[in-house]
Design a protein around this ligand. Sequence first.
Ligand SMILES: Nc1ncnc2c1ncn2[C@@H]1O[C@H](COP(=O)(O)OP(=O)(O)O)[C@@H](O)[C@H]1O
Ligand SMILES: [Mg+2]
Length: 283
Amino acid sequence: MLNQGNIIHSEPYAPRDEYVGKLVGRDQELRLIAASWMGGQNCLPLSPMLVGDPGLGKNRLIYEIAKRCNKDLYIFQGHEDVTAEDLVCTVRFSDDPDRKIDYVLSPLATAMLKGGICFIDEIAKIRPRALALLSSTLDDRRYVDSTLLGRRIHAKPAFRFIAATNTTDFDSNPMPDFIGSRLRPVVNFGYPPTEEINLIIEESFPRLEKNSKSLLDTFWSEWTKYNESRAPAPRDAIYLFMLASSFADFDNNDDSIPVHVTADHLKEAFCEINSRDAKWLDD
Ligand SMILES: Nc1ncnc2c1ncn2[C@@H]1O[C@H](COP(=O)(O)OP(=O)(O)O)[C@@H](O)[C@H]1O
Ligand SMILES: [Mg+2]
């Protein structure tokens, strides 16, 4: 069967610098993951699982670690329809006239073969019968069996694994013990303190320059107006400042003059992003 098809690898992901600002904080989480991956004599590298609300920086931290380890990062996006075989290999009709089909190795299988990092995002959305296949990857066997390929794939020693899930899925679809017990340690992501949110904004939006202090004051007063119940995640803050910056650019009729983002742009961004909540403010 194998000689009728090409074997194609998944592509690694490297984020573009212009979209990913400098990492702020998260030293403890970074230390815990790096230590889990040390491995060594008589010691398997562990496979941590990050748990936290959306937008808190789980992906961001994994990009940082991959970069610092100088390793390729292969991301598998978990969802409800993932099958066990999808986790290893899928088939498609080949563009090559001499071949009938291509076997496409999943991000997991590719990372194992190449000694890269496999990151399964939203792992709690994947059904237990598909996840069962991961058991052999995450313990001392460090291999995975593919029915389609009729082959066992052994992980290179440099292979590392990490997974992430948002808190709601983690609480509502508890993972089967045989997987949960192998995904250790659990790294809990909390909401960053005010100073870190401020730094993330300053690092991500250098154009704010001298205005940043007063715009951040506006940001915090608007945030409490719209969202009394919870702190902002970095993604909330970044998206609000992105929209405010885009309003500023849109209003600028002369591209040769640098345009300032103002408190009004930021207030407008809050109003639009929270437009459903804003209605009750007017009542
Ligand atoms: N500690 C941080 N330092 C710098 N930027 C961050 C940090 N945490 C999150 N971000 C930024 O916030 C946004 C959301 O982060 P992301 O990693 O996608 O969150 P999650 O994976 O938890 O949903 C991204 O733009 C990311 O670069
Ligand atoms: Mg994420």
